[in-house]
Design a binder for this molecule. Structure first.
Ligand code: ADP
Ligand code: MG
Length: 276
């Protein structure tokens, strides 16, 4: 059974926009432990889809099942939100307390987790994002990447099975982006189901599967290597391939014979070195 199972969902923000809804028939199944990256131009419906995964929105038509729970079933809404945590773009909007560990404890406190367990959850969550050394610091003194990792710890303390990241690195400097990506990769390895919305193509390379959205629809999907090799699908979605993949395509066009699309710059360099 898929842990995220969206079937033919449509969603319009207002009745006027129902002519061209934000989502127009999305079907997406994500299995437990899978890492799915969602890419697409601004306005393609990525955030609207994300909000369907933790029942912030329910579809106008179609169904979203999260770990077997229907997001339309109001009696399950808190179970669904516990199962599917969300991390947003701006860490400043997600941090609520004046001390890091209090911030991480906020979620579990709110749902009445006993104090001893809260302590354990907070310690573990801070460890998972590599921020234990900052437990007693003030969040506003941290770098963007560190703040985002504290926000992720806050979500982890709720022990979700799924974490949806909506452009979590968009406001970070390169170092912060690297830290957050490494954290996401670790969480995937620890067995969490990950949905990463991003418009940085290189970030999508980390995923098991890339889903491309265009105008409220899924217009391409597959392994990163397959999707990034499909230049037509990318350009129809208004996206460009990462630079090393763009270079690979140009070399092919020039008649160089290289097999599979390289996932990393390193792979491309190796392929070029093999050209005779
Ligand atoms: P993305 O995250 O891919 O940039 P969104 O899901 O935010 O896309 O938006 C999808 C579509 O829904 C866009 O056309 C956008 O203008 C519209 N939209 C998003 N939020 C709202 C809103 N609060 N009210 C009305 N329309 C919205
Ligand atoms: Mg968005």
């Amino acid at each position: 059974m898929a842990i995220i199972d969206a079937k033919k969902i449509t969603y319009a923000y207002t009745s006027e926009s129902s002519i061209s809804p934000a989502l127009c028939g999305i079907t997406l199944a994500v299995r437990k432990g899978e890492f799915v990256a969602v890419i697409g131009h601004n306005g393609s419906g990525k955030s609207t889809l994300a909000k369907h995964i933790n029942a912030l929105f329910v579809p106008d038509t179609g169904d979203v099942m999260i770990n077997g729970m229907d997001t339309k079933d109001e009696s399950r809404i808190w179970d669904i939100r516990r199962c599917a945590g969300m991390v947003f773009q701006n860490p400043d909007n997600q941090l609520v307390a004046t001390i890091v560990e209090e911030d991480v404890a906020f979620g579990p406190e709110n749902i009445g987790v006993p104090p001893k367990q809260i302590r354990e959850r907070v310690d573990k969550a801070l460890q998972q994002v590599n921020m234990s050394a900052y437990a007693d610091r003030a969040p506003h003194m941290l770098s963007g990447g560190q703040k985002q990792r504290v926000a992720i710890a806050g979500v982890l303390a709720m022990q979700p099975d799924i974490i949806v990241f909506d452009e979590p690195t968009a406001m970070l400097d390169p170092e912060g982006r690297q830290e957050v990506l490494a954290t996401i990769d670790e969480l995937h390895k620890s067995g969490k189901t990950i949905v990463l919305i991003t418009h940085y193509m290189e970030e999508a390379l980390l995923a098991d599967r890339v889903v491309v959205m265009t105008g409220g629809r899924i217009t391409a999907q597959g392994k990163p290597r397959e999707v990034f090799a499909d230049q037509q699908a990318l350009s129809e979605a208004g996206l460009g391939a990462p630079p090393h993949i763009a270079l690979y395509h140009r070399l092919i066009k020039k008649g160089y014979n290289m097999d599979a699309c390289p996932l990393t710059t390193q792979e491309l360099v190796e392929k070029i070195c093999q050209l005779s």
